[in-house]
Ligand binder design. Structure first.
Ligand SMILES: C[S@@+](CC[C@H](N)C(=O)[O-])C[C@H]1O[C@@H](n2cnc3c(N)ncnc32)[C@H](O)[C@@H]1O
Ligand code: SF4
Length: 489
C-alpha cells in the first residue's frame, strides 16, 4: 500500500464518519462501544449467550439426546504456548516441545473418552462439519491430534464429500521446529481449513500481548500459505497502544498474503481475561467509541479495496466459496452442534448446554471437566431450554446482521415480539436499522459498526434478567443492565 493509498484511505474514513454523522450521534449518548457485559461479549458467538446458562440436572437433557440429521462437532483443546492477557477462552499454559505433561495427558485422555461416550450419537448422525479449536490445538503433539482427528473423520460425511474440517493454530506453534510438519500431517489426514490468530503485525503490540514479533507472524503466514490455501487469519482492532497506522500496516501484510478469509475482531474484555482488573480500573488505554468506529470503517474499506467481500461478524472472504460456514453452525439454532472438551457448548435437542468451565475463583473448569468425564463420561453442567421465546429471540439476534423478518407471533411469543417490534422501530428512527420488504429489518452501515451492541437489545427478557442479576451480584459487577444503544425497552 503506497503512502498516497494510505492517506487516501484515512481521508475516506474521516469523510465517511462525517457523512454518517457519527460524532453527533455518539455525543448525544445514543450509542456506545461496549467492551464487556451486555452487548460486549466478544462476538455474539451464540444465542442464548453462554453467560445466561444455568446449573442443570443433566439427566433430563441426556434423555433427549440421540442421533439427528446434520450434526456438527466441536472439539476444544485447552492448551496454549502463551497466555494472551486479553483472552477469555478456557485454556492453560503448556511449554512447546516437551514430553506430554501429565495435565495435558489427563485432559486429552478425557477428551478421547468423551468422544467415545458420544459415539453412538455421532455415528448414528454422521458429521456435517468438524472444528478443532481452543486454546491452540497445535500446542498438542501431532500423534494426539491425528488420533482425535481420525476418530472424528471416520464418521459418515453428511455433507456429500464437502465436509469442512477446520483446525485452529497459532504463529508460535506454526514456526516451532515441528510446526510445518504437523500442519502438513493434519492436512493429509483431512483438515481442509486452518485458522491462525495473528491479531497484529506490529512487533511492539505483539511482544506485549502474544510473546512474538512481526518476524514470527510473517514466517507463520509464509508456512501456512504453503501448506493450504483455505486459511483464515484472525486480527484484533482496538488493542491498547494500537494506532490507525498499525492497522494500515496490517492491511499491507494482508495484501501480501491474501488469505482466503480474514476475521477482524473488536477487542472485548470479559471477566475471564487477565486484563479484566486493569480494564475495570480503567487503566487500559482503549480507543473511545468514535475512534473505534473509525477504525472499523478503515478496516472495512481497506479490505474492500483489497478485493475482499464483507460478511457479518467482522469476516472478510477473498471469494464467495470461502464463506465461513462454521460461524453459522456455532451461532445458529437451526443447526445441531455437539461441543466436547472443557467449556465447550452444544445446541440442539431443545437446549443449549455447556460442559464444565471455570467459574471465578471457585471452580477450575479443566479440573472439573477431567473429573466429571472420568466419573460419568460426560461433563454437562449448565443449560438453557430453547423455548419459543428463545427461538424467536435467536432468530432476531443472529438474523438482524443480514436482514430478518419478525416471525409470526404465538401466544408464547406475543409479548416478546411486540417489544422487539417497538425496538426495531426505534432503531429505524435512530438510523441503526432499516426495513425493506425483501430483506426485512437489517443493520444500516451505521448500525453495522455496532453489530454486537444492537444484537444484544433483542435478548429475551429471561436472558437479560439472568445476565443482569448475575453481574449485579458479582463484587463490583459491571453494569450488564446498561445497554449500549439508548432505546426504551
Ligand atoms: C482460540 S483463538 C485462535 C487460535 C490461537 N489460539 C491463536 O490465538 O492464535 C480465537 C481468536 O479469538 C480472538 N480473541 C480472543 N480473545 C479476544 C478478545 N478479548 N477480543 C476480541 N477477540 C478475541 C483472537 O483473534 C483469536 O485469534
Ligand atoms: S488468543 Fe489464542 S493463543 Fe492467546 S490465550 Fe487465547 S486461545 Fe491462547
Amino acid at each position: 500500500m503506497k503512502t498516497t493509498a494510505r492517506r487516501d484511505l484515512l481521508l475516506w474514513a474521516e469523510n465517511e464518519l462525517t457523512a454518517l454523522g457519527l460524532e453527533g450521534f455518539v455525543k448525544s449518548g445514543a450509542i456506545e462501544r461496549v467492551r464487556s457485559g451486555l452487548g460486549g461479549s466478544h462476538t455474539v458467538v451464540t444465542y442464548p449467550p453462554l453467560d445466561s446458562l444455568e446449573e442443570v440436572d443433566p439427566q433430563q437433557l441426556l434423555e433427549r439426546i440421540g442421533p439427528v440429521r446434520g450434526l456438527s462437532l466441536y472439539l476444544h483443546v485447552a492448551f496454549c504456548e502463551f497466555l494472551c492477557p486479553f483472552c477469555h477462552y478456557e485454556t492453560e499454559f503448556t511449554k512447546l516441545g516437551a514430553e506430554e505433561p501429565p495435565r495435558m495427558r489427563a485432559y486429552m485422555d478425557a477428551l478421547e473418552k468423551e468422544l467415545a461416550y458420544w459415539k453412538s450419537v455421532i455415528d448414528g448422525s454422521g458429521l456435517g462439519s468438524i472444528y478443532i479449536g481452543g486454546g491452540t490445538p497445535t500446542a498438542v503433539s501431532e500423534e494426539r491430534l491425528l488420533r482425535l482427528l481420525s476418530t472424528a473423520i471416520s464418521t459418515p460425511d453428511t455433507n456429500e464429500g464437502r465436509r469442512a474440517v477446520c483446525m485452529e493454530t497459532s504463529p508460535l506453534t506454526t514456526v516451532a521446529e515441528d510446526g510445518e510438519k504437523k500442519l502438513r500431517a493434519l492436512v493429509s489426514a483431512g483438515v481442509n481449513r486452518l485458522s491462525i490468530g495473528v491479531q497484529s503485525f506490529n512487533s511492539q503490540l505483539l511482544r506485549r500481548t502474544r510473546g512474538y514479533t512481526q518476524i514470527e507472524a510473517v514466517r507463520a503466514l509464509e508456512i501456512i500459505s504453503g501448506v493450504l490455501d483455505n486459511v483464515n487469519v484472525d486480527m484484533i482492532q482496538d488493542l491498547p497502544f494500537q494506532t490507525s497506522e498499525h492497522i494500515l500496516d496490517d492491511l499491507e501484510q494482508i495484501e501480501r498474503f491474501r488469505p482466503a478469509q480474514v476475521t477482524w475482531y473488536i477487542l472485548r474484555i470479559r471477566p475471564e481475561a487477565s486484563w479484566y482488573g486493569r480494564f475495570r480500573r480503567e487503566s487500559l488505554e482503549l480507543p473511545n467509541t468514535l475512534e473505534s468506529a473509525r477504525r472499523t470503517l478503515l478496516i472495512r474499506e481497506g479490505m474492500a479495496r483489497l478485493g475482499y467481500i464483507k460478511q457479518p461478524g467482522g469476516r472478510f472472504v477473498r471469494e464467495e466459496k470461502f464463506h465461513d460456514r462454521f460461524k453459522q453452525i456455532r451461532a445458529g439454532l437451526e443447526t445441531t452442534l455437539l461441543g466436547l472438551g472443557a467449556s465447550a457448548y452444544s445446541h440442539g435437542w431443545g437446549y443449549i448446554f455447556r460442559n464444565a468451565y471455570t467459574r471465578g475463583q471457585d471452580v477450575n473448569g479443566m479440573r472439573e471437566y477431567i473429573k466429571l468425564i472420568n466419573d460419568r463420561g460426560h461433563a454437562i453442567v449448565a443449560a438453557r431450554a430453547l423455548n419459543d421465546v428463545e427461538v424467536a429471540a435467536g432468530k432476531l439476534v443472529t438474523g438482524i446482521r443480514g436482514g430478518v423478518h419478525l416471525p409470526p407471533s404465538t401466544a408464547q411469543t406475543a409479548a416478546y415480539l411486540a417489544g422487539a417490534a417497538r425496538t426495531m422501530d426505534e432503531l429505524c428512527g435512530l438510523g441503526l436499522v432499516a426495513f425493506d420488504l425483501a430483506r426485512g429489518y437489517g443493520l444500516t452501515t451505521l448500525g453495522s459498526l455496532f453489530e454486537e451492541e444492537v444484537c444484544a437489545l433483542f435478548y429475551s427478557p429471561a436472558v437479560k434478567t439472568k445476565l443482569t442479576e448475575d453481574h449485579a451480584a458479582a463484587p463490583g459487577g459491571l453494569p450488564y443492565a446498561r445497554g449500549a444503544v439508548s432505546v426504551t425497552q
